[in-house]
Design a protein around this ligand. Structure first.
Ligand code: SF4
Ligand code: SF4
Length: 465
């Protein structure tokens, strides 16, 4: 229980006159520019694409004039106005796709070009799935359990019909594969409302999960449902993704706004806001942040990333902004405080004697970083059943093979290990880096093996000639 939880209201933000669109987000790097400096664009025009991610587009959220050189790694839109946005789709491309792949191919192409595909995840890896692939199942989650990120029930507010229409559109992309709809407490009023809307959809299977972080993780859900990675990809999408599908396929409109959260102890009145990518972070700070020194996190407290001062606007994947008071100086005799109002996994503070209470979370909990104490807390909380402290020690000694054998690949990147660690070790960050390194090494071995096989084949052919 933390102070600063966003309430269930969606508050409007003033229309901006300038948008700062970062070219990089968690999964995307929009490296291929499609506009020139000074060009006038309309809402929905393609500004850039990520060529390494199925060419997903960065769309102009509003009409405006492009500035490319004023801020590194950003596209700036000046003189922004809100006019009717349009769908930037090449007609000749559509007829080509229809001939090649039929109606389902067109739908997938529309999802990609209208910005809805960016809401899809590969449940096992978290990456953007192949829009032309065939999933073994789709997981749709209305639950966001990480503290301070936007909640599915708030995003769904007054848009239940759009959501069910989005589900129908999603189903039309499939042949017979099931859609699992993940809900908290399937007996709740909210669940009943959804159940009434999807009555008769035999292809939707409802799945209840405990309201405990991180059981909303797509990787955990896929494991729980027995959807193995070697049986094909599992697509996963959250509430806002289903709403984006509806917008793209029912209305043929681009997905240009998002409902995100603004939470944390450093916020005046934690809430949800409706904004577009590129929305100035300064405008959010000016309106909501009262702490002079605040750490701004893109996302929740467990998996979010620190927003650098260089980043001026919200990126296309932002689900919430968390603001925590930054403690720059050490607490005087902090170690000697009884901890009546701060909790710890070790239950070593006096607060262990209290009933549940709302903790004021700052960046200064549990002091500075230290070497591992081997307390085992990280292992106890890990939902993947691995041993983060052991992997941390292997990685410290560059023993990548041992780290692989300790099943680093099972990590679902939930961040609980880093959160409970009394030594403030960034276990999650280390495991994510290790997973990437292991994948790279495997890829190199696979390529080398292919190269050797080709050489052997060539040599055999030359010999027979
Ligand atoms: S190792 Fe850490 S980040 Fe990975 S699943 Fe376990 S607790 Fe979560
Ligand atoms: S929680 Fe931190 S200190 Fe404790 S065993 Fe894990 S890495 Fe070591």
């Amino acid at each position: 229980m933390f102070q600063g939880r966003p309430d269930g209201v969606i508050k409007p933000m003033p229309e901006p006159s300038v948008l700062y669109l970062p070219l990089r987000s968690r999964r995307f790097l929009f490296g291929e520019l499609h506009v020139k400096d000074g060009q006038h664009v309309q809402g929905g025009d393609v500004l850039a694409r990520d060529v390494n991610n199925y060419a997903v587009p960065l769309l102009a959220p509003r009409t405006g004039r492009v500035r490319l050189k004023e801020k590194e790694n950003h596209i700036i839109l000046e003189d922004v106005t809100k006019l009717e946005e349009h769908a930037d789709i090449a007609k000749e491309e559509l007829s080509h796709i229809e001939q090649e792949m039929g109606a389902a191919g067109i739908k997938r192409y529309r999802l990609l070009t209208l910005g809805a595909w960016q809401f899809f995840y590969d449940a096992h890896t978290g990456a953007l799935p192949d829009p032309l692939g065939t999933p073994q199942a789709i997981i749709v989650s209305t639950v966001s359990l990480e503290p301070f990120v936007a909640r599915g029930d708030v995003q769904l507010h007054n848009r239940l019909s759009n959501f069910t229409r989005g589900l129908e559109q999603l189903q039309s992309l499939l042949e017979y594969q099931p859609i699992y709809l993940v809900m908290p407490d399937i007996k709740s009023e909210f669940a009943n409302l959804i159940r009434n809307h999807i009555r008769g959809y035999a292809w939707v299977k409802m799945l209840e999960i405990p309201l405990t972080y991180p059981y909303d993780s797509f990787a955990i859900l896929a494991r729980k449902l027995g959807l193995r990675r070697n049986k094909g990809p599992v697509w996963a999408v959250r509430t806002e993704g289903v709403l984006a599908i509806d917008r793209a396929l029912t209305l043929s409109k681009p997905c240009l706004v998002r409902v995100i959260s603004v939470g944390g102890v450093g916020v005046n009145a934690p809430t949800h806001i409706k904004v577009m990518p590129g929305y100035p972070i300064k405008a959010i700070k000016d309106k909501y942040v009262f702490e002079p020194a605040a750490r701004i996190i893109n996302g929740g407290i467990l998996t979010g990333e620190l927003l650098s001062t260089e980043t001026l606007g919200l990126d296309t994947e932002c689900r919430g902004v968390t603001i925590l008071p930054e403690l720059k100086e050490r607490e005087f005799l902090g170690f000697a405080r009884p901890g009546w109002s701060r909790s710890c996994f070790a239950a070593c503070y006096l607060s262990a004697l209290r009933k549940k209470f709302r903790e004021r979370l700052t960046t200064g909990i549990r002091g500075e970083g230290r070497p591992c104490l081997s307390c085992n807390f990280c292992e106890e909380v890990c939902p993947a059943g691995i041993t983060p402290h052991l992997i941390h020690k292997y990685l410290y000694r560059d023993l990548l093979e041992e780290a692989e054998q300790a099943r680093t690949d099972l990590c679902v990147e939930c961040g609980l290990c880093s959160f409970v660690c009394p030594c403030k070790i960034d276990l999650r960050g280390q495991l994510i880096d290790a997973k990437k390194l292991i994948e790279q090494e495997k890829e190199e071995i696979r390529r080398e093996k292919l190269r050797q096989e080709e050489l052997a084949k060539k040599a055999a052919e030359e010999k027979s000639e």
